[in-house]
Design a protein around this ligand. Structure first.
Ligand code: SAM
Length: 243
């Protein structure tokens, strides 16, 4: 990894990025779900539904939902009867997730504090690995992809849902103006925190485009990689197989 990495539009040391991302999610944890609805007009729910349909979880699967945060993906996966482990580096996000699971009566999830770059899970422990809106926050993305491959069983599948760059002309300008002007204000109004939401928007801009990220997945050793753009690539589902 190089000496500095991007934290939104700034360049910082890798350790500083990890610490600052930690600060962002500790700060937003309690308002995270409300803000997701407010920022996306509820659309994040549809993207997550579609993502989980792509995973096609089966009752016999062991699934690792990495950067699982407050559990949105895990709750959907668990409906299949799969054994789901929710892992996240941030205890505040996991705490909100555990409370939400209890309120919804979702039982049987395993919650684990873990850094995607270096996992304690044994080799080949899971049939699927999911990461939704998480990978762009990880400091060393190639390391996280290598770990994803390591913990997947042969024939296991990797799925990533992440913001990307829309290729619809016109729409990208509107979205750009909305995200840079409106989202930090919404963050201030609803979560009392404009700065964290500014980072979240900037980090979307700094994330590699769809083709480049697909190549990174292939470089980590995944095969039959695919990318499915949603809204022209505003959001994308990347996938690959471990053989
Ligand atoms: N997956 C959830 C969802 O879709 O609602 C949460 C997404 S939230 C935008 C990003 C999550 O990534 C946060 O919970 C954050 O703590 C987690 N995260 C950031 N860096 C991480 C890392 N290195 N390892 C594991 N989780 C990480």
């Amino acid at each position: 990894m190089s000496d500095t990495v991007s934290f939104g539009y700034s360049q910082v040391t890798p350790d500083e990025k990890t610490a600052r991302v930690g600060g962002v999610f500790t700060s937003v944890a309690s308002s995270y779900d409300l803000m997701n609805d407010a920022m996306s007009g509820g659309m994040h729910r549809l993207w997550k539904d579609r993502f989980v349909r792509r995973v096609q979880p089966r009752g016999t699967d062991r699934i690792l939902d990495m950067a699982g945060g407050t559990g949105d993906i895990a709750f959907r996966l668990a409906k299949s009867g799969a054994s789901v482990t929710v892992a996240d580096i941030n205890p505040a996000m996991l705490e909100v997730g555990v409370e939400r699971a209890a309120k919804r009566g979702v039982e049987g999830l395993v919650w684990a504090e873990a850094n995607a770059e270096s996992l304690d899970f044994a080799d080949r422990s899971f049939e699927a690995y999911t990461i939704a809106f998480g990978i762009r926050n990880v400091t060393d993305i190639p390391a996280a992809l290598r770990e994803a491959r390591r913990v997947l069983a042969r024939g296991g599948r990797f799925f990533c849902l992440e913001f990307s760059t829309t290729q619809w002309p016109g729409f990208s300008d509107v979205y750009d103006a909305y995200s840079h002007r409106v989202v930090p204000r919404l963050g201030k109004l609803l979560a009392g925190d404009a700065e964290s939401y500014r980072y979240l928007i900037e980090s979307i801009r700094r994330f590699p485009d769809m083709g480049s990220f697909e190549r990174m997945i292939a470089e980590a050793g995944f095969v039959r990689t695919r990318v499915e753009p949603l809204l022209g690539g505003l959001v994308a589902i990347h996938s690959g197989w471990r053989i």
